[in-house]
Design a protein around this ligand. Sequence first.
Ligand SMILES: Nc1ncnc2c1ncn2[C@@H]1O[C@H](COP(=O)(O)OP(=O)(O)OP(=O)(O)O)[C@@H](O)[C@H]1O
Length: 296
Amino acid sequence: MKLIIKNLTKTYKNGVKALDNLDLEIGIGMFGLLGPNGAGKSSLMRTIATLQSPDSGEIIFGDINVLEDNMSLRKVLGYLPQSFGVYPKMSAEDLLDYFATLKGIANKIERKAIIKEVLEITNLYDVRHKNVAGYSGGMKQRFGIAQLLLNNPKLIIVDEPTAGLDPAERHRFLNVLREVGTNCTVIFSTHIVEDVKELCNEMAILNGGKILKHTTPQNATQEIEGKIWTKIIQKDDLEENIKMYNVLSRNFNPDNTLNIRVYSETKPSEDFTASKPQLDDVYFIALKQDEPLLTS
Ligand SMILES: Nc1ncnc2c1ncn2[C@@H]1O[C@H](COP(=O)(O)OP(=O)(O)OP(=O)(O)O)[C@@H](O)[C@H]1O
């Protein structure tokens, strides 16, 4: 099922335009929504999840007109917000049983079967008797996925789920999402470029409430093949290099020099060497190209 978003605009009461005439089409699979803080990712996700209304625009999911028929969308939606709140002192199994009852699964045997299934998918079966309140951050996030899977959703929205997770937990969480995303639409927001690279077959870069780029991680890096250059510079020369070249990013070396990455159609000067494009480069190019628009 396809999610089609047309001309979506959202202005908050304080005058901030969080979504600005946004158009986007998303198919089955893992879709990564990448953008800096304040780009509008949560606003877009909350609007698709029918938790807030836009000023104008249209959202269609399959044959559901989302803004006119919130309830139909909610039946096929699984949503994991940025912060899921405080969990009661209940075991994962009991809490899932409670959520499943709320979601209308009245038959006890049916509930038991689906709870077992979601606990297995999220790798929480062995810890099903433990209190969710005592789970680690990563386990809580996986529990968040377990609860949203209870109604077999066709559209899954997860808002910055890896923020604050340690590398091992993040890896486990991404594996769970990967499994879940094989036969439904999963929209996943993050400001961690690596998450998108590892996980998503499609991606969009969002900033200022607009989609700057809609692509695949592979195409995005291929497009800039041969256009990324690096050079080691002294720290004091950074300003000058920024004036002369299109500097995308810089990294400190242990000897206090800097490695700069530059975007240029041709070799900027003899002391640069060609570098394999990274998804980070794509992200920084998109944001940089958007800068004049934001400041004008
Ligand atoms: N309820 C609200 N009232 C007023 N302004 C809001 C509200 N929610 C978000 N904003 C503003 O709208 C803009 C977009 O915010 P949003 O939370 O959608 O971005 P985001 O990309 O999810 O950022 P983050 O990664 O920081 O969560 C920001 O300028 C934010 O301050």
